[in-house]
Every structure is written in C-alpha cells, then in structure tokens.
Design a binder for this molecule. Structure first.
Ligand SMILES: Nc1ncnc2c1ncn2[C@@H]1O[C@H](COP(=O)(O)OP(=O)(O)OP(=O)(O)O)[C@@H](O)[C@H]1O
Ligand SMILES: [Mg+2]
Length: 559
C-alpha cells in the first residue's frame, strides 16, 4: 500500500528530477522542461488519473534526487558560541577535493572564501548579487539561499543550522540540509537543533553523528552595567537595534573625544559592512569601538573585548519584543573570541535593570527547535496554477498555502513580504515566472525608494522587455552624504542598484547594465564610508547640504 501511494505521488516521470535542480533560492523557478509540460497535457487529458496533489509537501526529502542517491556522512558540530564548531568543519572543507560552505551572512561567506583562498584552496564567493569566481576553484562559499543542490561535492558545510527554525529564512536551511549532495555534510550550530535535524534525517538514509564542543575562552557576564559612556574602552562593541540609535551612540561616544566608532548594521552595503568590520578588527586603526546591530550576531570573529547591550528589546517588524535567549547568547558570544586580542570576553548592559535578563539568558539553554521552515518552489506553484485556474500570483500563493499539507516537523515560511510584492506585480502584464522572480528579489518593501525601484524595473520590463539603468538612475550624480537623511537615501539607492544587479543575473538580456550598476554600487559604498570617516559626529555638519543623487523614481507616480 505504502509503495503504491508513493508511486501515485511521485510517478510522473519528468516531474521529480526537474524541480529544485537549481542554484537559485529553493522557491525559485528551475526552468520548466518541455517534457514537464507534455506530462501536464497528458495528465490533463487523462480522465482516469486521480488528481495529483501539488500541495502535498509532506515528503520534501524526495525533492532532491541528487542528494538521495548518496548515503551522506552527516556530522553535527554543536556547542556554545566560540567553541570551534565552524573551525573544525572548515578544516574538513579545506582538505576535501571539492566543497561548499553555506552560511547565513555574506560576511561569513566572505570570511570563508578569504580563508580558503589564503590557504591556497581556490574558492568562489557567491551570493545573490555577486559571483567572484576564482580560476580552477572546486570550492564555493555561498549565502545559504545560493546553496547548490545540483552538483556533487566531497564536503559541504551548513553554518548556523539552528536557523532552520527561522520564520523567514528557515526554508533555505531546510533545502540545504535535505538537498546538498555531499559525501560529508557538516552542520554547525546550537545544540537546540539536534533533535529536529536527527528527526528530519531519519528518512534520508544518511548516517548522523553528533560532536559536542565547549567554549574555548571564557565569557564573563558582568554584575555592573556600563552606566556612563565615559566608561567605554577600546575593544567595546555596543549593540542596539535601530539605525537611528546606532548613529546616536556613535555621536555620543565620539563626542567624548576618546574613541572613534566603526558601525555595522543590516542596511549598510555589504562591502561597507565588511570594511567597517575589518577596520575595527585592525588593532592599528583609530576606530577602536564598534556600534552594531544584530547584523554581527552570528558566527563572526571580531576583535571584541566586551559586548554592551544598550537595550534588550528590538522591533521585529511588527512589535517591540524582548530579545530571545538564543539572540542574547549569539550576540554576547562575539566577545573574547579565541585567537583574538582579547582572551576573555565580557558582557554587560547599559542599564542595570537589563542585567537580570542578560544573566538568566546566558545561563539558560536555547529552546529546542521543533519545526523546520519549508516553502513551495515555483515549479510546484506553476503546476498548481495550471490545475486550479487563479487570476494572479497573489491568489495562487494564497490558495496554495491554504491547502498545503505538511508533516509535523515543518512549518511554512512567512511570506508576508512576498505577498506584498505579488499584490503590486499582479497589476502588470507579466507571465507567472517573471512575477515570481520579482517577488523573490531582494527588495525591501518597507523602504520607499527600494520598493519604487522594483516597481519601475518591473513596469519597464513588462513594457519593453529591456531595462536600461540610465532610465531610472543618472550616473555621476552620487555625492558624499552630508546629513543622516542623505545617508539613508544613499543606502536606499544602493539597494535599488543591488536589485538591478540581482535581476541582471537572472534576466541577463533584459538587464544589460550590470557592470554600470555594480560600479555605482561600489561608489555608494565608498561614499558612505567617506561619510562615516570624514563626516563622523566629531565634526559639525554643514546645514542644508543634500546629496544630489536622485533616482528618477522619486518624482514619478508609481503604483
Ligand atoms: N583548534 C583551533 N586552533 C586555532 N584556532 C581555533 C581553533 N578552534 C577555533 N579556533 C578559532 O577560534 C575562533 C572561534 O572558532 P569558531 O568560529 O569555529 O567558533 P564557533 O563555535 O563556530 O562560534 P559561533 O557559534 O560563534 O559561530 C575562530 O577565530 C577560530 O579560527
Ligand atoms: Mg561558527
């Protein structure tokens, strides 16, 4: 009975091997093959066949035939922060004849590519918006969304595997976990992920071992708060969660006259983030204090002596909430990294009333993960749309997700953002695949300039099939921002250029100006860095000076 059921579910011969065979994010279109369409026609005309249920997501492990052909040796490296988990996995990666590292942050992928190349192991760096290819490379360091489930590797590493439970990005970790085809698969992260990973891999036939680690250097939670900014010292990293607060803190600390601050936060261009982190790490640089958001919160090796939480609350897009135990541990774990200039890490808060939460969280285990994220690929949505005629991508997605069937180990990843884009894109005369592509692009819908940029790109693409960068952006107009407002605008312009580059990798002929967009992106990064150095808060700001850089989208009526 079981085998019959299985056959009924997966017998369409052309369906299974086609989907997910892509290096794109797992929910991305993988190129519908003619034979798939042929099968669909046959399927539609066959009155005797029982309706195939594309919303059945109960066996995602069967989506990856490449990986299922192998019995993988899976090694779970688990333990507290700064215990050498990633180090040991990378040692294996380095001595394997081919391999892939999948991390949650561009900074981590960048660190790994740099490390491997330095060790004379040629390694590509691949993220959604960049492909730094190295001659003869058989290794890749990628952000997890770019994990390649089509190639075979000797060794694969998935870092921060506990992110499989993340409500927005969890599905990418699930895809990497189930889909990477490697003889050895190393998973690094918090012990909270172990039972779930073991459960998910029960059905894959892999061999799973768990290796436990202890912290390599002590992390001391202090009993006294920072109290005053005059107590800030070299090697401190003060953590806060809003961009505005980051600049406030930079100003307060720098006006004290003793320290200069590097900053790291999510909406800074990745290149700027990397350079800010590098400058802080460099002991000979004057920028000896870091002000950062939780963008530093995972896996990174920074020269931090003491972490100071300026707040224990963050806005998560919906509400202000307390930091979770694992967020607190991850962030605190950046202090006193093994091998850094600070052999002992310390952690405290700005205010005394936050200390109890800090102490209790550092002593508590992270809650055990119960479910992993999952999301249907474009192929599934496409097939579903053919059998259930719906008017737009929004409706297809909504109906698909309402009907989706999952096993108890999975949840459907949050797709609020995607639905927001779908609502806008459905207005345009585009095919389903194009709409889907725009929906999964790295647009920030909460940023007006970024969302308007996306709309304009999609409109121009739907009208002409060709989008020239100059239609929306005038090169040569970028300037060093003089005010925080101009800085924010430049960050948004960077996001639009970044979006262009992302689209150019997927719709190469229609977005031909990748080089121009990339060079303008680099200029944005440099100008932002210039602002951070020259126009830091230690100098008064000239008033009423605005960046001339403008996107024409700003003045256009874009629905
Ligand atoms: N055996 C070792 N010899 C030399 N350096 C080591 C060794 N183990 C770890 N390190 C160094 O210690 C630092 C912390 O190690 P690593 O990044 O692997 O920790 P982790 O457990 O992955 O931490 P996190 O949970 O924060 O990601 C790194 O700089 C790493 O290179
Ligand atoms: Mg690590």
């Amino acid at each position: 009975m079981a085998s019959l059921l299985l056959r009924r579910r997966f017998s369409p011969p052309v369906f299974q091997p086609l989907q997910y065979e892509t290096t794109e994010p797992c929910w991305f279109y993988s190129g519908l093959h003619l034979s798939l369409v042929t099968w669909l026609r046959h399927y539609n005309s066959s009155s005797s066949s029982k309706k195939f249920d594309f919303t059945d997501l109960t066996q995602p492990e069967t989506w990856y035939p490449n990986a299922r052909r192998k019995k993988r040796n899976v090694i779970l490296h688990v333990g507290p922060t700064n215990s050498g988990k990633t180090y040991h996995a990378l040692k294996r990666l380095e001595c394997s004849s081919s391999g892939i590292y999948c991390g949650p942050l561009r900074l981590l992928a960048w660190e790994v590519a740099k490390r491997l190349n330095k060790a004379k192991v040629p390694c590509d760096l691949i993220t959604g918006q960049e492909k730094d290819q190295v001659d003869g490379a058989k290794h890749k360091a990628v952000t997890v969304e770019m994990g390649d489930v089509t190639s075979d590797f000797k060794c694969a590493v998935i870092d921060e595997i506990q992110m499989i439970g993340c409500k927005t990005r969890g599905f990418s970790f699930t895809r990497a976990l189930l889909g990477l085809s490697a003889d050895e698969l190393h998973l690094c992260g918090d012990a909270a992920a172990v039972p779930l990973v073991q459960e998910l891999l029960k059905v894959t036939g892999d061999d799973v071992k768990v290796q436990h680690y202890e912290r390599l250097s002590p992390l001391v939670p202090l009993n006294v708060p920072l109290g005053s900014f005059s107590n800030i010292r070299t090697g401190d990293c003060i953590v806060t969660f809003s961009r505005k607060e980051i600049y406030n803190l930079k100003k307060v600390i720098e006006t004290g006259g003793k320290h200069l601050c590097s900053v790291v936060y999510g909406s800074l261009p990745p290149l700027t983030r990397t350079r800010q982190a590098t400058r802080f790490n460099d002991a000979s640089s004057d920028f000896d204090v870091l002000v950062a958001s939780d963008a530093i919160g995972m896996g990174l090796n920074l020269n931090i002596s003491r972490i100071i939480f300026s707040t224990m609350k963050k806005f998560d897009g919906i509400e202000m909430r307390k930091l979770t135990v694992s967020e607190i541990k991850q962030i605190a774990g950046r202090a006193g990294r093994y091998g850094s200039s600070f052999p002992v890490g310390e952690v405290t808060c700005l205010d005394a009333h936050d200390l109890p939460l800090l102490h209790s969280s550092l002593n508590a285990p992270s809650p055990i993960l119960e479910r992993a994220g999952l999301f249907p690929t474009f192929d599934l949505l496409y097939m579903y749309s053919r059998l259930n005629i719906k008017s737009g991508l929004y409706e297809i997605l909504e109906h698909f997700l309402e009907n989706a069937k999952l096993s108890a180990n999975y949840f459907i990843t949050d797709c609020e953002e995607l639905l927001k884009v779908a609502a806008v894109i459905d207005e345009l005369p585009l095919g389903l695949h194009d709409k889907y592509l725009f929906c999964i692009s790295p647009v920030d819908m909460s940023d007006d300039i970024s969302s308007q940029g996306l709309t304009q790109f999609a409109q121009n693409y739907s009208k002409n099939g060709l989008v020239r960068l100059k239609e929306i952006f005038t090169p040569g107009t970028l300037e060093v921002p003089k005010t925080p407002k101009a800085l924010k605008e430049l960050e948004s312009i960077h996001k639009v250029l970044d979006l262009y580059v992302w689209l150019s990798y997927r719709l190469e002929e229609s977005f031909p100006d990748r080089e121009l967009a990339s060079s303008q992106k680099d200029i944005c990064s440099l100008l932002i860095e210039e602002f951070l150095e020259r126009f830091g808060w230690q100098k008064p700001m000239p008033k009423k000076v605005q960046s001339n850089a403008r996107l024409s989208v700003l003045s256009q009526d874009v629905r």
